[in-house]
Design a protein around this ligand. Structure first.
Ligand SMILES: [Zn+2]
Length: 651
């Protein structure tokens, strides 16, 4: 009877985790770990044939929060069956084919947000609710009304329930964080927290989006396919995400899912998988539901990017601005295809806010192209100890100063780590692009040759390098060459190389577009800078102050004296007979370009690429599986260009 005992144990554990996850919005283990014990319980139930009344496998999931009015759904909202491997997916599809013949499926993103259903009566939004436990959810009408893209009035007049996912776009999250006193790290939690906030003004401030994908209930209308439902949603003004593929063969399904997995990092939203739905509603009716899931749909989940591990130590790194960053050393874990041993804790304030301690179990997240981060504490016990706040710079010993959540070493011009980091940034690929100069080389240059500023790089000779440890003829002459080759930077790269606080690559490009030359930029006023779209007061101030600093001016002059020749030619746009000066919208998937690539190319030709079709749009470039934007373009009679014609034009 060990199995029964284990099942009871699992039920207790899972129910506890559910409470943390759904009610407190504060998960204590990672999804993947949760899934593992959940799956273990499912397997045991299957094996023993016993399902206890309080088993979480009988519930859909959520519980209802106190404080919100409860809402009873007109039709039960089911969750989705899931699979984690192509083998499982294949067996699911094979099973369907055996019983119901080969099917047409709709493949869509699995959004990582908060599922919401909305009820319309007489063409008007009357109630919005969370899924809750599938039968009863929370009434979040006031919160949902703050989502601007959701229509309040729709053409369809009979009673209707639509469902979709409330999310925060990553760009909106970044925008929110630019001015937020407490930045939000995780887009899913930011959206869920916004919807479940009793104050709708907080919801409104997060600028949520919502995408719709289903109609659980409708009066006076019958659909025969899922694609009809999607079209109906679009026709009634509901935002539908611009990705949907119609697939049938397992090879096509798997190829598409691979594609999604590879390209998901370019999206402005979080997705954690793909959903495969049978298109034919007659077949769906025949298949029906289990207690939890519809049998006619399945979610393919991508590998989780979040896991728990133990924090063993914290080291403090000094950055090029003097800011100290705590780096946590953790028990190594495999996360999204890489071994993670170190993860950032951002700043001292973050450690305090998250309550992170040495020896505590912590959540580590790894997102694309970002260093792993310690998200929060999973658990602490009495073996945990506080992380000590340093008082002096670990690099130069100077007394630290505290500014908000951050600790700074004020020894800007003398702190070895700051000097190294500034030179490293200056030499980096998207700055001056000095090839073959590593952090280690920079440290040697400083200690052996007393290199102190970025300008000193351009005074170094072949003989200087030869003095360095392990620098032979070839390596020395290579480095001399790459330093020489870096002397003609693009204006935007030079601006980025200067390392002005808050000026990243994108901002540097925006600045380079706005000003004709360095001199103009150095004399720019706060007002001039604020006319650039993405520059706010803080960054504008940083820029003005940077160019007021005598030492920075001297350094720039020294660089120019040493032969740095900034190339302004990139300001002169290449012109193109079709694209220059046009406002262009891209929709659907192209075979030859990603959206970002094509946007860059078109922008180089002086076109403006926007996200929504309006009467001001000059051209819509349409790839495969284009959705509502394509229809809108046809409606407004806007010229449409397909991929073959695009390729001709870009030859
Ligand atoms: Zn220092």
């Amino acid at each position: 009877m060990d199995k029964i005992k284990r099942m009871k144990e699992l039920i207790t554990i899972i129910n506890k985790y559910n409470y943390y996850y759904y009610v407190l919005d504060n998960p204590v283990i990672a999804d993947r770990e949760y899934d593992a014990i959940y799956d273990e319980l499912v397997a045991l139930e299957k094996e023993t044939g016993v399902v206890f009344p309080d088993s979480p496998t009988k519930q859909v999931g959520d519980m209802v929060l106190e404080g919100f009015k409860k809402y009873t759904h007109i039709k039960k909202l089911y969750s989705l069956d899931k699979c984690n491997s192509f083998a499982e997916l294949e067996s699911w599809v094979n099973n369907v084919t055996e019983q119901y013949g080969e099917q047409v499926y709709s493949l869509e993103y699995k959004f990582d947000g908060l599922r919401i259903s909305i009820i319309y009566e007489n063409g008007q939004l009357v109630t919005a609710a969370t899924r809750g436990n599938g039968y009863i959810g929370e009434d979040v009408t006031q919160q949902v009304l703050t989502i601007k893209s959701i229509p309040y009035n729709i053409p369809y007049k009979s009673k209707l329930v639509v469902e979709g996912e409330a999310m925060i776009k990553l760009s909106d999250l970044a925008e929110y964080n630019r001015t937020a006193t407490e930045p939000l790290k995780n887009a899913r939690n930011a959206a869920a927290g916004a919807i479940r906030n009793l104050d709708p003004r907080v919801t409104g401030s997060r600028n949520l989006s919502m995408f719709f994908y289903g109609i659980p209930y409708i009066e006076g209308y019958e659909f025969s396919t899922h694609l009809e439902i999607m079209q109906f949603l679009k026709d009634n003004g509901f935002p539908v995400y611009d990705y949907q593929k119609t697939v049938s063969k397992i090879e096509d399904i798997e190829r598409e899912i691979d594609n999604i997995d590879k390209t998901k990092k370019n999206l402005d939203i979080l997705i954690d998988g793909a959903v495969l739905k049978i298109n034919d509603l007659k077949v769906r009716d025949k298949m029906g539901f289990t207690a939890k899931y519809p049998k006619w749909a399945v979610a393919y989940k991508f590998e989780a990017q979040e896991l728990t591990t133990t924090l063993n130590n914290v080291v403090w790194q000094v950055g090029r601005t003097g800011k100290l960053t705590p780096i946590g050393e953790v028990d190594p874990i495999e996360l999204a295809g890489a071994t993670v041993k170190r993860a950032t804790l951002n700043n001292y304030g973050d450690i305090v806010r998250k309550g992170v301690k040495l020896n505590s179990k912590v959540f580590v997240r790894r997102s694309n192209e970002v260093i792993p981060e310690i998200l929060k504490v999973a658990s602490v016990d009495n073996t945990c100890v506080d992380i000590v706040k340093p008082t002096v710079c670990p690099s130069c010993g100077t007394q630290l100063i505290e500014d908000g959540a951050n600790l700074f070493c004020p020894n800007y011009y003398g702190c070895p780590d700051q000097i190294d980091q500034r030179i490293d940034h200056f030499a980096s690929r998207n700055a001056m692009n000095i090839e073959g100069i590593s952090e280690k080389t920079i440290e040697m240059l400083r200690t052996t040759l007393n290199l102190h500023t970025v300008a000193d790089l351009y005074t170094l000779s072949y003989d200087d390098f030869k003095q360095l440890d392990k620098f032979k003829d070839k390596k020395s002459s290579n480095l001399v060459n790459s330093i020489n080759n870096s002397k003609k930077p693009k204006f935007s790269n030079f601006i980025y190389a200067l390392g002005i606080l808050g000026v990243g690559e994108k901002t540097a490009k925006d600045i380079a577009k706005k000003f004709n030359n360095l001199n103009q930029l150095m004399n720019a006023s706060l007002q001039d800078l604020l006319t650039i779209n993405d520059i706010g007061e803080i960054i504008a101030n940083n820029i003005v102050n940077f160019f007021k600093d005598e030492k920075q001016i001297q350094l720039i002059n020294k660089l120019l004296d040493l032969g740095i020749d900034i190339q302004y030619s990139n300001n002169v746009q290449k012109s193109h007979p079709v694209f220059t000066g046009k406002t262009i919208v891209l929709t659907g998937d192209l075979n030859n370009y990603t959206r970002t690539q094509l946007t860059n190319i078109l922008e180089e030709f002086g076109a403006k690429v926007t996200s929504s079709v309006s009467k001001n749009t000059d051209l819509v470039i349409v790839g495969e599986n284009a959705g509502s934007k394509y229809n809108k373009a046809k409606e407004l009679n806007i010229p449409i260009m397909l991929e073959p014609e695009l390729l001709d034009n870009l030859k």
